[in-house]
Design a binder for this molecule. Structure first.
Ligand code: PAF
Length: 285
């Protein structure tokens, strides 16, 4: 694996490689890698000539300074995992490399996506995500960008930004990878103590409960019972929402519609998000 720290060095390298046709896959991360990230690396490896992973804890997407300070950093273990899984290039820029003095800030038009769910509870978060992803895409110049469904709203936001700005990249979204007990893999899980980890299983249980009952019980009652389950385990819930495919809340479940459940909740000072497709109307029978 080749490690690049300076954007210009990576840009030069890619320009040279481009002469002998190559397809580049890119997995952006903030490090503290887990099997979810590795599944994206593996997918990219199977579909591209070169796979680039970036590790950059992006300060502009943290609305809470405490969350930024406590974000887990496990660089040595990350490098080991990436090497073990055959990642070709690791890009690990500094904050000054990504946001130099002359950096031009865009204001990204994200519409309602910036005002609901994560957008509502983490003001400025998606502007920061778009800022860094746009910059990273300019540097890595990839053909395919790999994202995880765990950040469902982030995937929609990045797709919108890429479409609006006509960034020529294909975006592929892969399913959430879970621990055997159902807990969605997340870098933030590293900050949970054993008791909190045990309590966190309730998020998956609630999502399964919603999936099992979405056509049996009305949505208001489902939400109320689910909230009670989360609160009983000590969670402070930012939102528990049941929406259509593009995140509009629904009041009634219909079989012909894609239905998604999304949860954001904190235990102690660790905030977790998860989601599940309750009904997939796009899936061929
Ligand atoms: O999902 C993440 O880890 C981050 O939001 C991303 C896409 C790497 C941008 O910093």
């Amino acid at each position: 694996m080749i490690l690049f720290k300076r954007p210009d060095d990576l840009i030069d390298f890619i320009q040279k490689k481009r002469k002998s046709i190559i397809k580049i896959g890119f997995v952006p991360t903030m490090g503290a890698l887990h099997q979810g990230h590795i599944s994206l690396i593996n997918k990219s490896k199977s579909e591209n000539d070169i796979t680039i992973c970036s590790i950059f804890v992006n300060p502009t997407q943290f609305n809470n300074p405490n969350d930024f300070e406590k974000y887990p950093i496990t660089i040595e273990a990350d490098i080991e995992q990436l090497e073990l899984n055959g990642c070709d290039i690791l890009f690990m820029p500094s904050v000054d490399d990504i946001y130099p003095e002359n950096f031009q800030k865009n204001n990204f038009e994200l519409g309602y996506l910036d005002a609901i769910l994560e957008g509502k509870h983490r003001s400025g978060h998606f502007q920061g995500v778009c800022m860094v992803v746009k910059r990273l895409l300019e540097i890595v110049n990839c053909d395919v960008l790999y994202l995880g469904q765990k950040d469902y709203q982030q995937c929609m936001v990045i797709k919108k930004m890429a479409t609006d700005l006509k960034i020529p990249v294909e975006i592929k979204i892969s399913p959430t990878i879970r621990e055997k007990n159902g807990l969605a893999m997340s870098s933030r899980n590293k900050r949970l103590n054993e008791t909190q980890k045990e309590s966190a299983l309730v998020i998956f249980e609630v999502l399964c409960f919603l999936k099992e009952n979405i056509f049996e019980i009305n949505i208001d009652d489902l939400k109320e019972t689910s909230m009670e389950k989360l609160i009983a385990k000590g969670f402070d819930v930012d939102y528990l929402e049941i929406t259509d495919e593009i995140l509009n809340p629904i009041a009634k479940a219909e079989k012909k519609q894609t239905i998604v459940a999304l949860i954001a909740a904190s235990i102690g000072d660790v905030r977790l998000i998860d989601n599940m497709m309750l009904n997939n109307a796009n899936k061929a029978e």
